[in-house]
Design a protein around this ligand. Structure first.
Ligand code: ZN
Length: 189
């Protein structure tokens, strides 16, 4: 069967009869066939209390409420302020998605902030612009440092929960090196 839509009315007619569902996060009516695609536009739950997403997700009050978020970690240099006038516990790290950017120097500050949410039993959203490279790198570093995941287990764990991630290769190299550093440190504990 070939799909031939040559006017707006035809298009409307075509979509009208397709099964739809309501997204439980944003309440929008979604074509059932595009539900998977639509779900990827929302943040991903990595741990019961830790979510990973985009700037758009951090600006969406419905989504923040749905996930019961109280802490927001903004990892995007160019991202707008997502503190909602200090309604949320908020930290912004000016991380750039560039090959020679030293993301590692932000790890400790990020981990301390994430631990604050954890200690207070609050949910946190960690985001950059698209939630594909910088913020997943921060989450992976957290899993390695605080939950003692290996590099590959942390990467696969996050990929499983958010398959669309696309981490810049230089950040992956930094994370792999970080694993060696953590192993060295742990030898002396
Ligand atoms: Zn939705």
């Amino acid at each position: 069967m070939t799909l031939n839509i040559d006017s707006d009315e035809d298009e409307e007619e075509f979509f009208k009869n397709k099964p739809k569902t309501k997204c439980k996060i944003c309440n929008k009516e979604i074509l059932l066939i595009s539900l998977d695609f639509h779900n990827k536009s929302h943040s991903s739950q990595i741990l019961p209390w830790l979510f990973l997403g985009s700037e758009q997700n951090a600006l969406d009050i419905n989504e923040l409420n749905y996930n019961n978020i109280s802490y927001i970690l903004n990892c995007g240099f160019e991202c707008e302020d997502t503190s909602h006038n200090n309604k949320y516990s908020y930290l912004k790290l000016d991380i750039k998605d560039l090959a020679d950017f030293d993301i590692k120097k932000y790890f400790n500050e990020a981990h301390n902030f994430i631990n604050k949410a954890k200690l207070n039993s609050k949910n946190i959203l960690i985001h950059c612009f698209a939630g594909l490279s910088r913020s997943p790198s921060i989450v992976i570093s957290y899993l390695m440092k605080e939950l003692k995941y290996s590099y590959i287990n942390a990467l696969n764990f996050v990929k499983e929960k958010r398959p669309q991630i696309k981490i810049n290769i230089d950040f992956l190299i930094i994370l792999k090196k970080y694993e060696n550093e953590l192993n060295e440190e742990r030898k002396f504990i």
